[in-house]
Design a protein around this ligand. Structure first.
Ligand SMILES: [Zn+2]
Length: 304
């Protein structure tokens, strides 16, 4: 009886070991991680349905690699409203700051466009002013010459005793014409002076606005740099939390990154990797593409 019991005991141990080995042989890549949407804050400006679609897109980079490797459709993640594992969208300071950052960015862009339109207007006004000045200068030179000629003739006739009537009338007419011309040249000079001071004022205003703009850019750069560390999202074993994203691309990238952690992938090198620890928020691809390093890390974890 005792022998029989021992045999049963040994059998149990062996089958337990077998089960253990079987379990050990399974990696997270052989199971489907079912997830539901847990907390969902509306302040992000997307609907829960949209969010679900983004989460589904974020599964693809990993599932596509496996499908290719195993030459059959592989499902690593699956939405299941009953699942205990949750993906959460949580609104806090991080997203508030992101929205502030985006507001600053669109403000800066508007300022840049404003400067461009100011510059275009200024350049047009300046070239009009320049051609008016050159017209004035040649009119003034012509006037000076005419006035000098008049002067010479008046002096000539003054040195004579008496001017013929016709000549006198001619000189008087010329004097009146010169006076008229001088008055119109003076008026023109006054206009040019006004125009010049308007242009000066426009340059001063523009430069003041540029100073403000530069200060805003400096503050912006100090505050945000170019990089966002991945505390915009986290995986903690029982849930994925998303705290911050700038657009759908950065949301999907963050989700793919955390899904990678859920498969027990570690961070890898190469800033273009999904599993890189930092994310440049700019120039993200429309759908995350795994790098060679991502691929190697997935193969290691899935024992491919
Ligand atoms: Zn990470």
């Amino acid at each position: 009886m005792k022998k029989f019991l021992n045999a049963i005991f040994i059998l149990i141990i062996i089958s337990a070991l077998g089960f253990f080995w079987y379990q050990y042989d399974l990696t997270l890549c052989d199971k489907v991680l079912k997830y539901s949407i847990g907390r969902f804050d509306n302040n992000f400006g997307i609907s829960e349905e949209q969010f679900k679609k983004y989460v589904a897109s974020a599964e693809l980079p990993w599932e596509n690699i496996l499908t290719k490797e195993k030459s059959q459709g592989m499902n690593l993640f699956k939405y299941d409203p009953e699942a205990k594992f949750t993906v959460n969208l949580i609104y806090d300071k991080r997203q508030r700051e992101t929205l502030e950052k985006q507001k600053t960015e669109s403000g800066l862009e508007a300022a840049e466009n404003f400067f461009k339109s100011l510059d275009a207007k200024f350049n047009l006004a300046k070239s009009g002013y320049d051609s008016n000045v050159s017209n004035y200068d040649s009119a003034k030179a012509a006037f000076d010459l005419r006035a000098a000629n008049y002067e010479v003739e008046v002096n000539y006739w003054n040195s004579k005793k008496g001017v013929p009537k016709a000549k006198y009338n001619e000189l008087e007419a010329e004097r009146a014409a010169l006076n008229n011309k001088a008055a119109s040249l003076n008026a023109e000079a006054g206009e040019l002076k006004n125009l010049a001071s308007n242009l000066d004022q426009a340059v001063k205003e523009r430069n003041g606005a540029v100073l403000d703009y530069n200060r805003t850019v400096e503050r912006y750069n100090q505050k945000y740099g170019g990089h966002l560390e991945f505390d915009q999202a986290e995986y903690n074993g029982k849930e994925i939390n998303i705290y911050q994203f700038t657009d759908s691309k950065s949301l999907i990238m963050a989700l793919s990154h955390e899904f990678g952690h859920a498969l027990s992938l570690d961070h890898v090198e190469n800033s273009k990797s999904i599993m890189y620890y930092l994310r440049d928020s700019q120039n993200l691809p429309a759908t995350p593409t795994p790098s060679t390093e991502d691929l190697a890390e997935l193969k290691r974890v899935c024992r491919l």
